[in-house]
Design a protein. Structure first.
Length: 128
């Protein structure tokens, strides 16, 4: 299977173009397969959980690691969380602000992937 990224609870901000960054708990061996300028399929959930392709993204920067304790307000917006907050959406029962603050407290080491959404998607197909 070719490389992909699934968005799950951030599918809507991705489809609306409000999400341009994602953080992943990947092994280095997996993260190192992704590179700047690669075109990757975007899924609404993992393919083995009946996920569907919802568009494509182009990686704009080689993936890099960051501690979640270093998250900034700009990251809040790029992760699509500001858009989710403005639309009163929850993440696992929490507001985007609550989720983000808890994430920062964890100090986890994650992979950061910056991207731009490519090729318009038929948003009405997803009820958006």
């Amino acid at each position: 299977m070719s490389l992909f990224i699934s968005f799950s609870w951030t599918t809507e901000p991705f489809l609306k173009g409000a999400k341009t960054m994602t953080r992943r708990y990947w092994k280095s061996s997996h993260a190192e397969k992704f590179h700047k300028n690669m075109l990757i399929s975007a899924y609404d959930k993992l393919p083995f959980r009946n996920g569907k392709v919802i568009g494509h993204l182009k990686i704009t920067k080689d993936p890099y690691q960051q501690r979640t304790s270093e998250l900034s307000e700009e990251d809040f917006e790029k992760e699509g969380l500001l858009w989710m907050s403005q639309h009163n959406l929850k993440i696992m029962g929490k507001t985007p602000e609550e989720f983000f603050e808890e994430w920062k407290q964890k100090n986890d080491l994650v992979w950061v992937i910056e991207f731009e959404r490519k090729e318009p998607t038929n948003l009405s197909k997803y009820g958006i």
